[in-house]
Design a protein around this ligand. Sequence first.
Ligand code: NAD
Length: 344
Amino acid sequence: MAFFDLTDFDNHEQVVFCSDEKSGLKAIIAVHNTQLGPAVGGCRMWDYASDEEALIDALRLSKGMTYKNAMAGLKMGGGKSVIIGDAKTLKSPALFKAFGDALNGLNGRYLSAEDVNITTADIAIANSVTPFVTGTEGKSGNPGPFTALGTFLGIKASVKHKLNLDDLTGLKIAVQGLGSVGYGLCEHLHKAGATLIVSDINQAALNKATTELGATVVSLDEIYDQDVDVYAPCALGASINDETIKRLKATIVAGCANNQLAEPRHDQALLDAGILYAPDYVINAGGIINVSFEEDYSVERSTRKVEKIYHTLLDVYAKADKQNKPTGIIADEMAREIIKNGGK
Ligand code: NAD
């Protein structure tokens, strides 16, 4: 593989392949950019179809973290790690200790935290051998609820901009994925008076959403066809693609998933289809904002900073309208400008 020629290679500062035969650890740590500070971003555990798919995920996710941290006003660079394997069968204390040892090898250039399939308990095990983790229990803890809050406020900003409404009462919102963030988002939306249509592969989560939040369940594929105001992707990436854009009836795409666009050109495709897109790394920054308060944690200060996502998105939308450009391109330009100016 011609690594440096990969489309998703974006002059990453460092990419580390880690393995530990005893525990079965196979991981990739991608440090994209440390201009604003040490690279910070979660660790994802996934049973990738190939090592190349894992590498590409790490490259894309770590670049996203650089832009996310810059746009959230954090003095942190961007990085991400992936552990290759099935979280249901491969997890063990030895695996997370081996992962912690790998983090020690980077000596603080990268700090890891929770992402898909990685819990605070997993991070606590890594933390027993390395200080280079964040989002730990007893300090900032699980970032999920703050990502959910930021995403909720991001949906409100999108509704304000696109539909000129301050209130979500009576709006229909399709949420794909009821995990740590998606379910929390649904709770906020339900409280705000929205009607929920949901999909997940986890039947227990679907049952809970029906009973507790009056949600309507649809199949994994039907979620794209719903007659809703907002489509909120909250599972994995690439759910916005050539096929789904044609099917969406929502005029807003705003959810917490990372890398929602299958390809960068889908940003323009959404604009052409008259759909407002909340750039994923802007709307889903609540968790990393909370993690940034790890030392000297304060829920009030964290919440106040998460609330800024509402205004950041309105700013992105205003610039995009003015320049008639896709919102994702505008967010990228704003992030690069912030990095160039040392975080200002
Ligand atoms: P999670 O693993 O807790 O939840 C993911 C949910 O999606 C699970 O309930 C899973 O069953 C469901 N799912 C999987 N495939 C699906 C499919 N095809 N259709 C519908 N549902 C499906 O993960 P999470 O922490 O809630 O993260 C969700 C997304 O948000 C991920 O893309 C993650 O990278 C992103 N994100 C999370 C955070 C955070 O703080 N946890 C922060 C920023 C971004």
